[in-house]
Design a protein around this ligand. Structure first.
Ligand code: ZN
Length: 562
């Protein structure tokens, strides 16, 4: 196995790569027997693995150090060529769908892969290559802008992740000052944030029009591979959240206000949940990792093997450094059968989420690493988020090793956050539906839409007259709105399933783990709704289930009695 630092990068040159794909496409079309067809696809798959891995390596290394000019230039180049390669890749998908051996391939690899390819064809035409390039460029500009934040605060120069650690500081004045410093930075850059998003909405709408859709929303759903639910079902899900979850969160927030002796919850206190401070992980990053290693060793033999593999091969980078991108992600490098976890530790309980959430994604990647073809290792994000969000709950029994005397508080905090997230997630989703329905809106009108949604989903939150919140600009920090349109609802759907795993694991952890493992083994061979049904888990689209989840959460929070 190759360690991350030794993984070789070489640029996939556009002409050369395109020519290889073209040749393979011709061979694929010329296949006379099913065997020939499978043999050519094997070569296509190998090329896919190389191209995919090179793109991922460049992206990871660019995110680890945005000041590294080499990888910054490489990602710019790859952003340019990705849409150009799309044309031949779509031709290959088309050839697979029209192949006389489609039935043989479906028998070997499952039908869903072909349904997904049908959907993929609806998202592209050579006419939109330039628009896709523009979209990629705008997204890179957004992430560069976010990474460029260097905020002078508390005698230090901080990026946005580091500054965020202060929002839960017990000193109220310090919390407020940190939030104002954050607000000042966003307001100072508001022209740039507005301009970028306006261009993004326009280019996405232009692509949708060229492809014959009424708005970008329809195209966005195809891009997200929504094979088992539609806009109406999502809207109904959001209504269920407003009906059953928003009142529960309002109650939790009222309890929080009482605990910290405030009349209500304002943005200054929103993340400060307990009078003696939020639950904090104990120990140095090394100690945290040592316990993570113990946790995965005890959870199961496979998770032990997985986590040791990640540590041995330098596949986890969590320490914050200047120039490193903000946020966290997990990605895979297929030629090395490896995944990579990227995060920014800031000393809060979010650090432990990296070892559970991102590691959950990563473990799913590890389980799927030998699946063939590559398409079966990766799929829709709603399923991917079940993998990660459920892992957060399935690792509950090991939290004491991270939180010590704060463990009980951590359970309360983590579960409260899990439920508080649902209205926020739906707000982000509804916002995007409204934005793409009226792409002609001005930046000011978009902020007004956000403020209206705040009243619907977070009626308890007082903006404390801090400009960024008062002006309705909070959404500009939500990377997905810029870079991954319509992704956000996937977290909400998956969270409901993850809460179901919590309930199951409380009854019988062994059984819940076995169910989770079975769900991972199914990979991406089923749609979200099928997978949930086959695994006998709750279907988030039935609002009675949301009511049931709310009851379970209330009961569990009462047990933790904080
Ligand atoms: Zn995730």
């Amino acid at each position: 196995m190759t360690k991350f630092s030794q993984m070789q990068y070489s640029r996939p040159e556009l002409e050369e790569t395109n020519a290889k794909y073209e040749a393979l496409l011709n061979n694929f079309k010329a296949a006379k027997t099913a065997d020939e067809c499978f043999a050519v696809y094997k070569e296509i798959n190998s090329l896919n693995e190389v191209v995919d891995s090179m793109m991922t390596l460049a992206e990871i290394r660019n995110s680890l150090d945005t000041n590294d000019e080499f990888y910054s230039d490489e990602t710019d180049y790859l952003d340019e060529i990705e849409p150009e390669l799309e044309e031949v890749l779509q031709e290959i998908s088309k050839a697979m769908l029209e192949s006389p051996f489609r039935k043989d391939m479906e028998a070997a690899w499952g039908k869903l892969m072909f349904t997904n390819k049908e959907m993929e064809l609806k998202t592209f035409s050579p006419e939109i290559i330039e628009d896709l390039q523009e979209e990629n460029e705008l997204c890179s500009e957004y992430s560069d802008l976010m990474a460029s934040a260097a905020i002078e605060f508390d005698g230090k120069t901080l990026n946005l992740s580091e500054l965020a650690a202060y929002y839960q500081n017990p000193d109220r004045k310090l919390r407020e000052a940190a939030l104002r410093a954050n607000s000042d930075w966003y307001i100072k850059n508001s022209g740039e944030f507005d301009k970028l998003f306006d261009s993004i909405v326009k280019v996405r709408t232009r692509m949708a029009t060229k492809l014959g859709y009424k708005s970008f929303t329809e195209l966005g759903y195809y891009r997200m591979q929504r094979t088992s639910y539609n806009q109406e079902m999502v809207a109904k899900f959001r209504e269920g959240i407003v009906k059953y979850i928003v009142p529960l969160v309002a109650q939790l927030k009222a309890e929080q206000a009482k605990r910290i002796c405030m009349p209500n919850i304002s943005i200054i206190d929103n993340e400060y949940a307990y009078p003696d401070g939020n639950p904090m992980p104990k120990g140095t990053p090394e100690e945290i990792f040592a316990h993570g290693k113990k946790m995965y060793a005890e959870l199961s033999d496979e998770t032990k093997e997985f986590f040791d593999f990640m540590l041995e091969n330098e596949l986890i980078d969590v320490l914050t450094r200047p120039g490193k991108e903000v946020g966290g992600y997990m990605t895979t490098i297929p030629i090395h059968k490896a995944s990579f976890i990227f995060a920014n530790f800031n000393g809060t309980s979010a650090d432990i989420d990296v070892l559970t959430h991102e590691a959950g994604h990563s473990y799913a990647g590890y389980v799927a690493r030998d699946l063939y073809p590559l398409e079966l290792q990766d799929g829709s994000q709603d399923i991917a988020e079940i993998h990660s969000m459920s892992m957060e709950f399935l690792t509950y029994p090991w939290m004491e090793g991270f939180f010590g005397e704060d463990t009980k508080k951590y359970y309360h905090y983590h579960l409260s956050n899990a439920i508080t997230f649902l209205p926020y997630g739906c707000m982000v989703d509804e916002f995007q539906h409204l934005i793409y329905e009226k792409p002609e809106m001005t930046p000011g009108e978009r902020n007004k839409v956000w403020l209206t949604l705040e009243k619907k989903y977070r009626p308890w939150l007082d903006d404390a007259n801090i400009p960024r919140w008062a002006e309705g600009r909070v959404w500009q920090a939500q990377m997905h709105i810029y870079e991954d349109p319509f992704y956000y609802i996937d977290y909400c759907l998956a969270q409901v399933v993850a809460l179901n795993f919590l309930e199951l694991s409380q009854k019988d952890h062994k059984n819940a783990w076995a169910k989770y493992k079975k769900l991972l083994d199914a990979g991406y061979s089923k749609t979200f709704v099928e997978l949930v049904a086959d695994s006998e888990l709750v279907n988030p689209f039935e609002s009675d289930n949301l009511k049931q989840i709310a009851t379970t959460v209330v009961a569990r929070l009462e047990v933790s009695n904080i």
